[in-house]
Design a protein around this ligand. Structure first.
Ligand code: THU
Length: 129
C-alpha cells in the first residue's frame, strides 16, 4: 500500500494525538500525524474554542508545527477521528497541504481500513500563485 514501513507508527501517533483533542462543541475528535523527509513525526489534534471561529483543525496544527520547527518536507500524513467513517481534510486544510506538503502521501484511517490519496486527488485545480 505504501513505499515506507512506518505506517503503523503514523497510525499510532495519530490515535494518540486524537485523544488530546479538545472538542467540547462538536465531540468530533481528530488526530493527525505527519512524517517529515528527515523521519521526524509531528502530531496535531483539533482544538475548539466556544468562539467557533477560533477553532483549529488537527491537520493545520500538525502541519504548522512541522513547518514552524523547520521541517524540510512532508512525506506522509495520517488522519484519524473518533467516528467509524473516514475523516477527510476540510477545504482550507487541503489548501494548506497543497502549500506545505504537496508530495505527501495522505492516509485516512477508518474502521474499514486505511485509504491513501495525493493532494491532487483531494484538491484538483488548486489555487496557485
Ligand atoms: N476537523 C478537523 O480537525 N479536521 C478535519 O479534517 C475535519 C474537521 C475538526 C474541526 C472541528 O473541531 C471538528 O473537527 C468538527 O468539525
Amino acid at each position: 500500500m505504501s513505499g515506507f514501513d512506518s505506517i503503523e507508527e503514523l497510525y499510532r501517533e495519530a490515535r494518540r494525538a486524537m485523544r488530546r483533542a479538545v472538542a467540547p462543541c462538536s465531540r468530533f475528535k481528530v488526530g493527525v500525524s505527519v512524517l517529515t523527509l528527515d523521519g521526524d513525526i509531528y502530531t496535531g489534534c483539533n482544538i475548539e474554542n466556544p468562539s467557533l471561529m477560533m477553532s483549529e483543525c488537527a491537520e493545520r496544527i500538525a502541519l504548522l508545527k512541522a513547518v514552524s520547527e523547520g521541517a524540510g518536507g512532508i512525506r506522509a500524513m495520517m488522519i484519524v477521528s473518533n467516528r467509524a467513517g473516514y475523516c477527510y481534510p476540510c477545504g482550507g486544510c487541503r489548501q494548506l497541504i497543497r502549500e506545505f506538503a504537496p508530495e505527501a502521501e495522505i492516509f485516512v484511517a477508518g474502521r474499514r481500513g486505511i485509504k491513501k490519496y495525493t493532494i491532487d486527488e483531494l484538491l484538483p485545480h488548486a489555487f496557485e500563485r
